[in-house]
Design a protein around this ligand. Structure first.
Ligand code: RRO
Length: 312
């Protein structure tokens, strides 16, 4: 069965890939994702202009019972030039998403100018939703700032660009963010980033489980699946059809991938479960998805995408 997708002129032979931040900080990790037979693309760790060590450890924790993860990595990355060198020298037929997350609008604009002028011919993901840099709010929750940066970006930027969004929790917020995003020629939106500023407590020691921000961190994995699906569905219902959707959040089984597709996702990313299980997660998820599609008698993803049923 063809488990493929398209965003503009980019073709994806498989619908799964890593979520930014997981298995994508170093060239070796990026190579690992690209080398998997079951990934359609790779996304780089969100880059800042200069290399960053990130927050102090421990900064990542896996909850018991596979419930999910909490992280406050704090945007550790090798710096913009490192990822530019990587994409410049990498020979692959798979599309590459170059993720950036400047600490200010000016940093994002500067990196986008460099990407615009470079030979890079992949897609660009502007991360508007990092929850873990102390003192830096998530731009995606500031609708005015979101519209402002996109207005400035699209005044000069001509390459395929998408945005990584934080989860929204209110119908009016779905309406408002979609109305803003629809004003721009976005190639895609990626929803959701981790649910920001959760708190996990160790039962034996009555202590938080990560050190930065007094234990507050972004939640991922099974715990966030319902929120992720709601965001994919709500945005698919509201965005122009030219804007494709990457569904991210709560994917640990083939059924979770299927549910993202039902809600309208074109591609599906795996974050927490990739960190927990490693690169073989993609093979398992694709096999489980294929079994579900076969059992239901579907021979194309077009039969599934966006076909969620509601009650009359
Ligand atoms: O590096 C991080 O702390 C981080 C980022 Br940039 C992000 O976008 N989402 C997340 O959960 N962690």
């Amino acid at each position: 069965m063809q488990l493929t997708a398209n965003i503009q002129n980019y073709h994806f032979n498989h619908i799964l890939l890593n979520a930014a931040g997981v298995m994508c900080q170093t060239s070796m990790e990026l190579d690992t994702v690209l080398a998997s037979e079951y990934t359609g693309a790779v996304v780089t760790k969100s880059a800042t202009p200069l290399v960053r060590p990130g927050n102090p450890a421990p900064r990542y924790y896996e909850l018991n019972n596979g419930l999910g993860t909490i992280n406050s990595m704090g945007l550790p990355n090798e710096g913009f030039d490192y990822y530019m060198d990587y994409v410049d020298t990498k020979e692959t037929y798979k599309p590459i998403f170059f993720s950036i997350a400047g600490l200010s609008k000016q940093e994002n604009i500067a990196m986008l100018h460099q990407l615009q002028d470079a030979d890079f011919d992949g897609l660009i993901e502007l991360n508007l939703s990092c929850p873990n840099v102390p003192g830096k709010p998530q731009t995606g929750y500031d609708f005015e700032a979101t519209e402002q940066i996109l207005t400035e970006v699209f005044a000069f930027f001509k390459k395929p660009l998408g945005v990584k969004l934080p989860p929204y929790f209110d119908i009016v917020h779905f309406d408002d963010i979609a109305a803003i995003l629809n004003k721009f020629p976005l190639a895609f939106v990626n929803t959701i980033n981790s649910i920001g500023n959760g708190l996990v407590i160790d039962q034996d020691t009555d202590t938080v489980v990560i050190k930065p921000k007094a234990g507050f961190g972004g939640i991922g994995g099974t715990l966030v699946k319902a929120t992720a699906l709601a965001n994919v569905r709500a945005l698919r219902d509201r965005l122009n059809t030219t804007i494709k959707i990457i569904g991210t959040g709560g994917v640990t089984t083939g059924r979770d991938v299927y549910d993202h597709l039902l809600c309208g996702a074109d591609l599906v990313e795996v974050g927490s479960q990739l960190a927990i299980e490693g690169i073989t997660v993609f093979e398992r998820l694709e096999k489980e998805l294929t079994e579900i599609l076969t059992e239901k008698g579907y021979d194309s993803l077009d039969d599934v995408r966006g076909q969620l049923k509601i009650m009359s």
